[in-house]
Design a protein around this ligand. Structure first.
Ligand code: NAP
Length: 275
């Protein structure tokens, strides 16, 4: 449970870069056992209408909208393909947020999302505040059950946003990689403030972790893959990883990480690998 009392699954299915295969893959992921879906109103990388199509198709399979945790994002103009901006780029920032959210609701065929995330901070800070207030309005109107921010690696900025906000951020979605020092102080602060930290690039940025003797030995010990060990570790340290696999085998393996637990000493030894 995060500070907006929204229950989030421990793994989220990421839908970036799946283009016309998005709907089929989301259906496959959910039928395999995923219950959380991450998307964005950003046609450059995400096919949000196909996520909506998948949600509709899942109903026919007996998986209802209410059983799913659906997260989308407002992507500022700097993150959009100028040829395919999904909202009116000529209106004020707060109107862009409102318009983008209306498009998301239409794409997803839903009246509310479980989480609405700002794709990246805006500068100057006043612009970030404007967008945040527009997201708070969506929250207060019942359109989003939680709001959060992504690509926010500056703890001081996160603290300022938190302090000024009426509706506090309850999600941070960041790249899990060595260049940010794995966000260690920021993650601690998130834990202390009821903010769920979601990770992406968890595998792709970390071949050195996956290939380390420590992780490989644990994989042998538990008869799991190094990826399963890393995802299990992330959950143990209260990180919700985004998993964008296109492979049914990997989806199934990843959902099996709850079959085993790492010991405190094992968790500590992976933490030490983060430096
Ligand atoms: N907020 C942001 O700015 C941002 C940026 C990037 C991504 N994201 C989100 O994060 C999601 C995940 O993206 P990602 O970049 O972290 O990577 P990813 O899409 O999860 O890709 C992981 C890669 O590892 C491979 N893999 C090998 N073993 C695997 C296993 N057991 N489980 C899963 N994958 C395995 C996958 O191949 P197979 O397909 O063969 O399994 C894939 O090539 C995206 O879909 C998106 O929702 C957000």
């Amino acid at each position: 449970m995060n500070n907006q009392n929204v229950k989030m699954p421990s793994l989220l299915y990421g839908t970036a870069w799946k283009k016309e295969h998005t709907a089929d893959l989301v259906v496959q992921a959910v039928l395999s056992g995923f219950r959380g879906i991450d998307t964005a109103c950003q046609p450059k990388h995400y096919n949000e209408p196909q996520v909506g199509e998948a949600i509709k198709r899942l109903g026919a399979h007996g998986v209802m909208r209410e059983e799913l945790f659906v997260q989308t994002k407002f992507t500022p103009l700097s993150g959009q393909d100028p040829q395919r901006v999904p909202y009116d780029p000529n209106v004020s920032l707060d109107a862009q947020v409102a318009h983008s959210f209306e498009v998301s609701k239409r794409n997803l065929g839903t009246e509310y999302v479980d989480s609405l995330v700002l794709h990246s901070p805006l500068f100057p800070y006043e612009n970030l505040r404007t967008v945040w207030v527009a997201m708070e309005k969506i929250y207060n109107d019942g359109g989003a059950r939680a709001i959060g921010i992504s690509n926010c690696y500056d703890l001081e900025l996160l603290k300022r946003l938190y302090q000024d906000a009426d509706v506090k951020p309850s999600v941070v979605q960041n790249r899990f990689y060595s260049e940010s020092g794995y966000d260690i102080p920021l993650r601690q602060w998130c834990n202390d403030h009821g903010i769920t930290y979601q990770s992406f690039w968890s595998l792709t940025a970390n071949p050195h972790l996956l290939g380390s003797e420590i992780v490989r030995n644990m994989a042998v010990h538990y008869s799991k893959t190094p990826a399963q060990i890393l995802y299990r570790y992330l959950n143990h340290v209260r990180i919700v990883p985004l998993i964008g696999s296109t492979s049914h085998e990997h989806m199934t393996q990843d959902l099996k990480i709850f079959e085993f637990e790492l010991t405190t000493a094992e968790i500590q030894s992976i933490t030490e690998l983060l430096g």
